[in-house]
Ligand binder design. Structure first.
Ligand SMILES: Nc1ncnc2c1ncn2[C@@H]1O[C@H](COP(=O)(O)OP(=O)(O)OP(=O)(O)O)[C@@H](O)[C@H]1O
Length: 433
């Protein structure tokens, strides 16, 4: 019914039957807005929202709720949902909310189109800022040095420090800037589908190959392919990747001839790959091919003097997105932000600021707007170690079962276990899975 409504009103709408099907659509194509039921046959709107947050899919999400679900809708807003809509849906309220969400989105897109840091979008918000602390300055000077070359760059840093951001910056400052930048989350590639996702396939190559698929390599031809969490690349695919890099040729699944590709590779990892090599999980020859130039992306707590700059940036961004007018930040709040340990780095800071701006009433942010930071700062190690059960054997068993259910897809398994992807990776390593 809603799909018809959208189409009648000049939108193109894709209807998904559940959470997994929405995740698949969101992974493949770009959308401007997501309208999701709170209850879904295979999950719920909040799980979908967390999944999108993890991947930085910052498009507006409107959650549709039934009678008596307002409390859950409020939690959704705290998690970053744009708004909620009570059922039965009133078309004029729906139209109003869609318009408000798209207004924010348009401003965001304009600022994205602004490209490099020096340019600004129509709304005057920069797309990115460069920290000025010694570690940040060093990183940007490495980025500027390596960008115009064709060297393979490996970005090493904790989750949320801005590795993907740095990869885009390298691409934008390279001679390939006008060609595509394609980002791939290696953790979500299953062993079975990875070759076809990376190298493409011919229709009929396997049962579910109902049409030809280009593959990420060919999509990135002439440009940059960013392999995020490269340590999670299935072992079998590592050999194929090495061949593609050495010979600059790929062979789509189900075909007999090679395609020439010209792709610059940037990888990111938040783990010690040398350890993975020692454990036989990562190929040493591939590692050397990928790390022609290593850049360390520092954790936010090592660059505390950059925090006010980032806060200012994220407030400006949230003002536009949420139609707010925050102009001041209380000294007490800023000191709190500077003192916090930021285990989730820039991503966590951005989320905290967006939430604070959303809950602000006037033109200033105070401690009142930051309920989440009032408690003791979380240490990174504690965050990593969320036990799923009391005994390690049971925990391992639970993980194995979730992986089976998810058909080997780690992101999906993490969702089933209700832990984040990074925690799952740590546990897989811990149990040698
Ligand atoms: N220099 C910057 N200026 C503005 N925003 C930034 C900057 N660097 C990172 N961000 C923002 O911080 C968030 C996290 O960045 P990013 O996704 O690049 O981190 P990551 O290290 O790749 O994370 P993960 O390890 O989880 O994949 C994003 O919302 C990104 O837009």
């Amino acid at each position: 019914m809603l799909q018809k409504w959208f189409e009648k009103n000049g939108f193109s709408a894709k209807w998904c039957t559940g959470m997994v099907s929405a995740q698949e659509s969101l992974s493949r194509s770009a959308y401007d807005i997501v309208l999701s039921d709170l209850r879904l046959p295979d999950g719920d709107g909040i799980m979908l929202l967390s999944w999108m947050n993890e991947r930085d899919l910052s498009l507006p999400v409107i959650i549709m709720t039934g009678y008596g679900e307002i409390q859950t809708a409020v939690s959704a807003i705290k998690l970053g949902a744009f708004d909620f809509l009570e059922k039965p849906i009133n078309p004029s309220i729906l139209a109003e909310k869609i318009e408000a969400a798209l207004r924010g989105r348009k401003s965001e897109k304009n600022s994205e189109r602004g490209g490099r840091q020096t340019k600004r979008g129509e709304n005057g918000v920069r797309r990115t800022v460069e920290g000025r602390s010694p570690l940040s300055t060093r990183m940007y000077s490495f980025i500027n040095t390596v960008a115009p070359t064709s060297m393979a760059v490996m970005l090493i840093g904790e989750s949320g420090t801005g590795k993907e951001h740095a990869a885009r910056m390298i691409h934008d400052r390279s001679l390939r800037a006008k060609a595509p930048f394609v980002a791939v989350d290696c953790g979500s590639l299953s062993m079975e589908l990875a070759p076809s996702e990376l190298f493409g396939h011919k229709r009929g190559a396997f049962t579910s190959a109902i049409e030809d698929r280009t593959g990420f390599f060919a999509e990135a031809n002439g440009g940059t392919l960013f392999l995020d969490e490269v340590g999670n690349l299935p072992h079998g695919v590592q050999v194929q990747l090495l061949r593609a890099l050495q010979e600059k040729k790929i062979r789509p699944v189900g075909t007999t001839s090679d395609l020439e590709v010209d792709v610059r590779i940037i990888t990111a990892t938040n783990e010690n790959l040398e350890k993975a090599i020692a454990l036989g999980r990562f190929r040493e020859d591939l590692f050397h091919r990928l790390n022609e130039f290593i850049i360390e992306v520092p954790p936010l707590r090592a660059c505390r003097e950059d925090i006010p700059l980032y806060v200012e940036h994220f407030v400006a961004e949230a003002n536009v997105e949420l139609d707010k007018q925050v102009k001041q930040i209380s000294g007490e709040l800023l000191s709190r932000l500077e003192a916090y340990s930021w285990p989730g780095n820039l991503r966590e800071l951005r989320n905290v600021i967006r939430r604070a701006v959303l809950f602000s009433n006037g033109d200033s942010l105070t401690m009142e707007n930051l309920p989440l930071l009032r408690e003791k700062p979380v240490e990174p190690d504690m965050r990593e170690d969320v036990a799923l059960t009391v005994s390690p054997e049971e925990e391992k068993e639970k993980i194995v079962q979730a992986l089976e259910k998810a058909g080997g897809n780690k992101s999906r398994a993490a969702l089933l276990l209700r832990i984040d992807r990074k925690t799952l990776y740590n546990k897989l390593r811990k149990y040698g899975l």
